[in-house]
Ligand binder design. Structure first.
Ligand code: NAD
Length: 285
């Protein structure tokens, strides 16, 4: 059973894509939306994002059967606290945050008795942000990780069915494991992309113009994600500290080993490493 009324809090890439995917799926849910900035709310109204764009989160969640927290991870707790008194008994609150342990700790205590909280994370995104960046097919065949963390089975099943209707595949995952997996496949790669751009910018002997002009050779593909929203990524690293540091430590070790192989002319090490990692990468479509 889908939800009759859905509230989207935060109207950026993820929430706007959810709205268009709901429409594409033919869901006739009434969708309310709220974003903190007046400018975002105006843009949402102009492009027809949501049936009703509200001027407060409280108003948006009032009659909702499903409330989706789609704000940066660092804002989740504050938003949950603000909307808690206005949640309809029996409704489900979910989030789409890229980090799960910190969100559960920040949001969980504000969820009133009789309301289900089912954390989730759609593993889909682009480097764009804001209400105009969303599109209906963003979640098609991508994974949405559901992290029930003790949520009721019935509410979890219903949220999974909702995400599948938006085009995603779903998988349940335990909290700490989620944060580690995401540090490997998403968080640390973003950090490395940001540093690649930082290093290129810092290198006085290569001009910014040259970087832009000749960037096709690896740099352009590799650093696409470094155009992502700084607030979102600041919050990810502040809240997924442990797993990010663990993966970053492992990455640094590998980099030092390759650095040594280059310095000592150890072609076998480089060749074996690249052969092994190429085989793995080729398995990813
Ligand atoms: P975005 O920057 O496109 O949108 C965020 C929206 O939240 C904006 O409309 C902003 O105005 C609003 N907002 C910020 N603080 C708020 C507050 N206190 N109250 C109400 N609204 C507020 O971001 P996005 O990419 O849609 O990301 C939203 C969430 O989804 C984040 O938690 C992020 O970790 C997660 N996520 C992002 C991606 C990605 O690749 N972009 C992928 C999966 C999950």
């Amino acid at each position: 059973m889908t939800y009759r009324r859905v509230a989207l809090i935060g109207l950026g890439l993820i929430a706007s894509s959810m709205f268009w995917a709901m429409r594409r799926a033919g869901m006739d849910a009434h969708v309310t939306g709220y974003a903190r900035s007046e400018e975002t709310r105006e843009t949402a109204r102009r492009i027809g994002l949501c049936d009703t764009v509200c001027d407060s989160a409280e108003e948006a969640v009032k009659d909702a059967d499903l409330v989706v927290l789609a704000v940066p991870v660092g804002a989740m707790g504050r938003v949950a606290e603000a909307i808690a008194p206005y949640l309809k008994p029996g409704c489900t609150v979910t989030d789409v945050g890229s980090v799960k342990k910190a969100v559960i700790e920040a949001v969980g205590p504000h969820i009133p008795e009789g309301v289900d909280f089912v954390p989730a994370h759609p593993m889909a995104g682009t480097e764009h942000s804001g209400p105009e960046s969303g599109f209906a097919s963003l979640f098609d065949n991508r994974w949405c990780l559901i992290v029930p963390d003790g949520a009721r089975e019935e509410a979890t099943d219903r949220l999974e069915a909702y995400w599948r209707a938006l085009g995603a595949n779903t998988q349940r995952m335990e909290v700490e494991h989620h944060d580690l997996v995401c540090a490997v496949v998403s968080h640390v790669p973003h950090l490395i992309a940001y540093t690649m751009v930082g290093v290129a910018d810092d290198l006085r002997r290569v001009s910014d113009q040259e970087v832009i002009k000749f960037s096709a050779a690896g740099f352009r593909d590799f650093t696409r994600i470094a155009a992502s929203d700084p607030t979102m990524w600041r919050d990810v690293f502040l809240t997924n500290k442990e797993a990010s540091l663990e993966i970053l430590g492992r990455f640094t070790e590998e980099l030092f080993a390759l650095q040594r192989a280059i310095r000592t002319g150890d072609g076998d090490t480089l060749f074996d490493y690249f052969t092994h990692t190429r085989a793995i990468r080729r398995g990813i479509v």
